[in-house]
Design a protein around this ligand. Structure first.
Ligand SMILES: [Zn+2]
Ligand SMILES: [Zn+2]
Length: 139
């Protein structure tokens, strides 16, 4: 069996509600049915996904790359969704969080930008002192 056909077979082992989910990234095995959605599209333990879809659920992508959770955002009605970015091709997808997703992983994704702001913290303090106005000389 060639390496290529190995990869294709692996990519077809995609999780849905009928088959148990075995994560290719962390090895976690999730019970079918725990996600609370029709399609489990990412691992509830490490939140990684696979690039198998062009549109959600269509299995039409040829890529098969690992999709890394890079952020969360809040949809209308307060529902959380995870932004996944493909390590191989850079495609971004948004996926609803599932009922059994790790709350700890979701929270650490959500606060990551706050923990690593792209500007010095003194700048933030100065901004607050000036009532939100930036100074003409910048930093
Ligand atoms: Zn995982
Ligand atoms: Zn991809």
């Amino acid at each position: 069996m060639s390496r290529y056909s190995d990869k294709k077979d692996g990519a077809r082992l995609h999780p849905d509600e009928k088959t148990p989910f075995a994560c290719r990234v962390c090895g976690y095995r999730a019970a079918p049915g725990g996600a609370g959605t029709r399609h489990r599209n990412h691992c509830p333990n490490c939140l990684h996904s696979l690039h198998l879809d062009n549109e959600p659920g269509d299995r039409a992508s040829e890529c098969g790359g690992v999709m890394e959770p890079v952020s969360v955002w809040v949809r209308k009605g307060g529902e959380w969704a995870v932004i996944h970015r493909c390590r191989r091709c850079g495609t971004l997808h948004s996926n609803r969080v599932a009922a059994d997703d790790s709350p700890l992983k979701l929270m650490s994704l959500a606060v990551r930008p706050l923990a690593e702001p792209p500007f010095p913290l003194e700048y933030w303090e100065r901004l607050a002192e000036n009532g939100g106005m930036t100074e003409p000389d910048g930093f």
